[in-house]
Design a protein around this ligand. Sequence first.
Ligand code: ADP
Ligand code: MG
Ligand code: MG
Ligand code: MG
Ligand code: MG
Ligand code: MG
Length: 761
Amino acid sequence: MGLLSLGTPLDWNTSRKHNEHIRANGIVQLQNIFLQHKSRRNDHFYWGDEVEYMLVDVNEKEKKARLAIDKDYILDDLNDPEKPELLALSVDNNISFHPEYGRFMIEATPLRPYDGNLLDDYLYVEENMVKRREVSQSQLPENVVPLTLTSFPRMGCGVFTSPSARPIGPASQSLFLPDEIINKHMRFPTLTANIRKRRGHKVAINLPFYPDENTKLIDDSIPKRDLFPSDQEPFLGAAKPGHVYMDLMGFGMGSSCLQVTMQAADIEQARYLYDALAPLTPVMLAVSAAAPIFKGFLVNQDVRWNVISGAVDDRTFVERDLEPYQGFDLFGGLDVADLVKAHIASLGGGRGVNGDKLANAYGDTLMHTLDSKPIQKIPKSRYASIDSYLSDEKYHSSSPYFQKSYNDLFSPINKKAYDQLIANKNFDEPLATHFAHLFIRDPLVIFSELLEQDNQIDNDHFENIQLTNWQTLRFKPPALYPSSYGDEELAQKPGWRVEFRPMEIQLNDFENAAYSVFLILCGKAILKYNPDFYIPILKIDENMDTAHKVDAARSEKFWFKNPYKWKLDFKQFEGYDLSWFDRFINDGNDLISSNGVYLNGYCKAKGKVGCVHEENGPNEVRLTADELINGSECFPGLIRMIIKYIEEELLPSTFVNSYKHCKDKETARQMIALQSYLALISKRAAGKIPTIARFLRDFVLHHPSYKKDLKVSDAINYDLVEASIAITNFDLSKPDLLKQYFGDELFNYLKARASGIWTPK
Ligand code: ADP
Ligand code: MG
Ligand code: MG
Ligand code: MG
Ligand code: MG
Ligand code: MG
């Protein structure tokens, strides 16, 4: 998004009167976008990442680490045309700084996207990421550090900001988080308040306590207060026993993540890419897990995802199909009275149990399933995993991959939007369904200045809905441009893109670069080898739940397409030379093995009876992250697919067989760097080095002042932040910490690299 519309955001009670106006015009704008861009072809593969930072104020004297909420000026400065020398710091370094939900947050991306066909760019990412930290740090006092923690351990515990602020704010009404943590731009407090008002009560996020000796049954940090009526909610059912209770958007939107966006050649390719990446979303969430602590408690899960999902969940009780708390309205802030009657008349029969209630509630926006039955409920928050695949049977025409039965999730759609799109020849059923689902949501923030738009050139109404549907993947259509633009001008503008959104942010930029590069190379390999990764959507959702579990990357299994049905010729991976990829084999039993141990293992076992996923086996099987990423005796795994891609498409011809024979030192350096990225993901998936979640959990469990009561005190929090900073900076004065975190091999490599030695002895 980047830009914030300037203007006056409307309060919910005014805003909701325009919901249908926004949706109706948004759908027209969407159709105009398709009209303008449907036939663009051969767009270049560009890609970019997004890194979100927390500004942490480290007070060495008092041993306190707090979120800095008074340093948001740096965002204005680094974007200010009137301060050319500061703006140049961003522009000249190819950085774009963006605002985020938290006043203590910044987001930074490359200003110009990377070129996915250039080896150099896969190595430049990390450099760019490091620059972003340097540039933002250069505008901050030394004691305030841009840190990439996924969740701040003590967010919501007493005083956790600098300067301190009290949780008494009207926008959030939170019992724990002050309004001062919210970005000052009116969009954000309005978003916060409108979610609460639409829902009819505060959001409620409950995370299970991690079991330990002195765990209590209830969250003892919930204050009894009498400032807002909503203060009673935790005692009316919002807070669940055995769980940490959180009551504000900020707990989720105040966490940080790593996203990557890639541009496909055309819309059909973008649709296939979106689908093929969908089954990877849970496993990448698990392998990047970095959030075991919330509101000062160790929790019994490893990731942030369901926290954000709950943090922006604006559904009313009736939509969630729940009994309201006593005395609360089933319909929340929906505009019931205005909408009821007109609609009942137009409905006809066939309503379900809640049909009348819903008809009353939704009026014009009444949603139907495809067979026209009014819906009973909305199963998911607007921040959730994807609801349906985008492709259709036609894309792989000789051998169809997608089957309708894979879209097996009950997913409500906006019938009016669907009918309009399906009547337009540019939308087939999967596309119409996808967008009609996004359009079940109400706009959350409407700016009065943007109410009237020219649907021929503006796309704000469409983006209003699109950008407040936060799913694991985002299908990003191009923007709308004046009709005077010719094909060549349009081709210069961003095209059809897919954004991969589940990953957690990593502490060190080596890691953030590694996850980004891994994912983009997955995308590239998918587009080259065209695997069939389709499994039913419900199985992906099951995997999302699995990905939340403690140590899921190491201990859990995920539904995945039976590798024998990937429609890849596995033979092409056999006997193919991996010898250049031999930097990280010291322990002899690593995946990536110059003597081909692993590869041979796979080759030999293939076809043997007893190989679990026989050719005629089931469509889906359950694999560990290790099996999926590193391969098993029965199939090559994602990494081998990526390595093959690198060798075929990125490896310079000067690079023969192995770095050892490579005269060109720069190429050797690049190959080793790429290899180290893949090695990080490989080792995390194999459980050879800890995920960040495991590392942080152990850090707390083994802290001398930890009392086995799950509580992360100010002192533990401070030490944890210190350790995180040491990891971020690869601080060689703490070698034991770094070894524990990266493992010996990667530690040795990174250490050598830090002193300018790139190639092994
Ligand atoms: P959002 O927050 O909506 O996802 P951002 O602007 O924060 O959008 O991030 C978009 C990412 O996409 C950035 O990394 C950017 O460099 C990258 N990007 C920009 N243009 C393209 C393009 N044409 N193709 C692929 N990626 C792009
Ligand atoms: Mg962004
Ligand atoms: Mg962001
Ligand atoms: Mg965001
Ligand atoms: Mg994004
Ligand atoms: Mg159509």
